[in-house]
Design a protein around this ligand. Structure first.
Ligand SMILES: C[S@@+](CC[C@H](N)C(=O)[O-])C[C@H]1O[C@@H](n2cnc3c(N)ncnc32)[C@H](O)[C@@H]1O
Length: 274
């Protein structure tokens, strides 16, 4: 029997509760490609956040993105389903002497007033939300954004998965494409944990943003070339360097922006015209 949305969320919160203490050792991973992937993701967000912004990070986890954003923005709120992940994030913010607000909850029902943020960020988190809730998440984001505010997200790309089931990022957490699950292998407890995982195509993002009334302004593929190359090809420094340069130059142009292992998107809530 298929789990309903609330059962799926309980399952996910239960898994992240168990993984919270080791999450930062697992993500971003251990290879040069993992580092490139993670750097691209963080730069995509930081390039779109200014010192005047009030930012909400939904599915903030242990603060991998929240903390760098807090160094740049005026105010940051980290929001997550899993208390244990928030505790890790809050500890890291305190250690860095950063004043970050943390709140627990479900991104499909955001407990914030209308028009309260300049940017909403979400990395590697929307993919755990059951598809039935996707439209609600996008409309909640639109509601809490100020006019002119930005949604900045990273999601797994279903176009890539159509051609390849290879895992190209943080190889301790394996994507089981066929069963639509993220598999946490080699956990400290020794168990293998499996969480539901849903991917998005560029068309899915276009549809979800259009329905919510958000306008996409940027779509970038994360590691759009190296995702397709064997590790052995990337072992040569010259090849890896050339691929990286091309990815940086061309990652936001079609067709490469559709071919990334993940998709990075910025969408804007239109300003109100009187
Ligand atoms: C892979 S972690 C990503 C954490 C962080 N954004 C990062 O990039 O490292 C996914 C996070 O999404 C959270 N999450 C999953 N479903 C959620 C929901 N419906 N509402 C809020 N957070 C959710 C999980 O608790 C977990 O902390």
């Amino acid at each position: 029997m298929k789990a309903n949305t609330s059962q799926q969320k309980d399952l996910i919160a239960g898994i992240y509760h168990r993984i919270a203490g080791e999450y930062d050792e697992r993500i971003p991973g251990f290879t040069a490609l993992d580092a490139t992937f993670s750097d691209t993701e963080i730069s995509f967000v930081l390039d779109r956040v200014t010192a005047d912004d009030e930012v909400l990070d939904i599915g903030c986890g242990t603060g991998r993105i929240t903390i760098p954003v807090a160094h740049r923005a005026k105010a940051v709120t980290g929001f997550d389903l899993t208390e244990a992940m928030l505790e890790q994030a809050a500890r890291k913010a305190a250690e860095a002497n950063l004043d970050v607000r943390f709140e627990q909850g479900d991104m499909a029902a955001l407990p914030f007033p209308d028009d309260s943020f300049d940017a909403v960020v979400s990395m590697l988190a929307l993919m755990h939300v059951p598809p039935a809730d996707h439209p609600r998440v996008f409309s909640e984001v639109r509601r809490v954004l100020r006019p002119g505010g930005r949604l900045i997200i990273g999601v797994k790309n279903s176009v890539f998965e159509r051609f390849s089931s290879a895992d190209r990022f943080a190889t301790v957490d394996i994507t089981d494409v066929e069963n639509k699950e993220l598999v946490f292998t080699g956990t400290r407890e020794g168990d293998e944990l499996r969480a539901p995982w849903h991917s998005f195509s560029p068309d899915d993002l276009k549809r979800l943003t259009a329905v919510a009334g958000l306008v996409p302004v940027s779509l970038r593929g994360n590691i759009p070339l190296s995702a397709w190359l064997a590790d052995s090809v990337l072992e040569t420094a010259e090849v890896a360097g050339a691929v990286r340069t091309l990815e940086t130059l061309l990652g936001d142009l079609p067709p490469l922006n559709h071919l990334g292992y993940h998709l990075l998107m910025e969408a804007v809530k239109p300003a109100v015209h009187s």
